[in-house]
Design a protein around this ligand. Structure first.
Ligand code: DQA
Length: 151
């Protein structure tokens, strides 16, 4: 099982960015935690970040074409991007949406996600652990799917 962990805009600034909201862990440290957990689960990982919406669209399509799963922190694009939503829906890639912060305890404009309706589910509010829970969730869903296709 392969999982692509995709990070959207401004997540390259983690550690220095609004640390009262997002904590002090950098994206490099999150990548290390994710790789460690993936290793213990026997899953292969691709970990990427871009500030550009189109790159994220390309990577979602790539994951779909490979039969991989996606853990997606789309950052602010979560709340605005019809293109990301269409990429997930169009490629049929099993996706778990994750956020470091609890978006529901924040500003109203963060309460709506355009990608949640086409995702398997959403995990938010647990800091870097949101990624580990997301990885676990998409991995389990993919194992279940594989069992259903090849009983
Ligand atoms: C975020 C939440 C988004 O609302 C925000 O735009 C981000 C980070 C999070 O991980 O908590 O960039 O996705």
């Amino acid at each position: 099982i392969t999982v692509h962990v995709l990070n959207g805009p401004n997540l390259n600034l983690l550690g220095q960015r609004e640390s009262t909201v997002y904590g002090s862990t950098t994206l490099v440290e999150i990548e290390r935690l994710v790789r460690e957990k993936a290793g213990s689960m026997g899953a292969a990982i691709t970990f990427r970040q871009s500030n550009h919406e189109g790159h994220l669209v390309d990577w979602i399509q790539e994951a779909g074409a490979q039969g991989a799963g996606v853990v997606m922190n789309a950052g602010a694009y979560t709340h605005t991007s019809i293109a990301l939503r269409d990429a997930i829906a169009g490629s049929g890639v099993p996706t778990v949406e994750v956020h470091l912060s609890n978006v529901h305890s924040r500003e109203g404009f963060r309460h709506r996600s355009l990608i949640a309706p086409v995702s398997l589910g959403v995990i938010c509010g647990f800091g870097p652990m949101s990624y580990l829970l997301g990885l676990d969730a998409v991995h389990r869903a993919m194992v279940e799917r594989a069992k259903q296709t090849n009983p």
